[in-house]
Design a protein around this ligand. Sequence first.
Ligand SMILES: [Zn+2]
Ligand SMILES: [Zn+2]
Length: 404
Amino acid sequence: MNKILTTLFIATFLFFCAPVNSQSLDQRTIRIGINSDEVFTTIRIQSFSGNWRVEFGGASPTRDLLTEGEDCTIMLVPKGMVARFSDGKEFGQGYNSITISGGELLNFEIPDQPPVLLQGILEVGYKETSIQLVNKISVHQHVVSSVSKIGITNEPESLKALCVMARTRLAWHLANPQHKEENYDICDKDHCFPFSGCGYNRELVDILASMTSDQTLTYGGKVIMPRYHNTCGGRISSARDIYGEDEPYHPSHPDLLDGKGSENCFHSPGFHWSIELQKADFLDFLSLAFAGGAERVYTGWEPAKVDANGRIYQVTLRGRLPKSISGIEFHRELSEYFGPNGIKSMKFTMELLRRTIIFRGMGQGEGVGLCIYGADGLAKKSQKYLEILKFYYPGTEVKMKAEK
Ligand SMILES: [Zn+2]
Ligand SMILES: [Zn+2]
């Protein structure tokens, strides 16, 4: 008896001593909040390929199969979620969760939004008056989907650098959850990491993600939150200036390789840009984007602080009570109001005419960390992905395998 107990004890002890993270990072599951900032009460899902199990959870759980080509509409009503399949089957009990899994590709649509293709598991739940969607896929699948979407290039070395950047961002979010109140690890918005399903997946990116499997960027032994943008316009700004964050691996430096021609992102359509806006439209923007009662009506604005690279990082809104906001916040509002092709970055000058303002700028995005067009330019200048990563994240190391 004693011997059995001892054996059991040792077995248990060994079990708990086994490496907790023996699973590779790329195989780990990541939970993504889909359309997390939208409010919607109806979704339509369709099996694009494979047969999907649909499990309804609640007081009287039940399940069904969504076969290839078949679709199903899920609606949130006061008693919970109800569903109707295209073959006429109804699930009207009112469920608090619906889990869809087991197939290959799932197409889903919410009203007024383009359809999105998903892999893995889709969990449908609700909070207050909106359906909530969580897509569970592997870190590898997320890397492939996000890099396929943001990578503008076919240069393997540049795409490999993006794969390591993307994986590092996911690893950082798994370790530092920003949505603790929610049932997901990361959302699909820019502040976490944009995700638009697997509909853009590229075979080449899949291969390169596997080739760089498990590799992450560390600084002082810790996984970093690597920043990136589309085009810096020749000069990269520091995280300290732009975000007020002390991140030594995000310094200010020119996007220029010594002795190798022009700026690395010079070929980007966003390197130089200009746009002419009506003064009246800009006033509308100020009052709509920053309005907050009669006390806060803003009738003008001016750059308050500009960094050494010409990027405006603090803005003063003029009105009865002037207000100071960050350049990043101002730019996010500008992009929302005038669209992504309006004012592409905060690195610009203005020419005031009688009725209009001409904005002349350089770069697209926030301008800190890896410049996507610059990474492409560096690959074209024969730089390897580890050199590209060192260039944009100085002082970091690439850890080759996830910690055991
Ligand atoms: Zn988020
Ligand atoms: Zn650049």
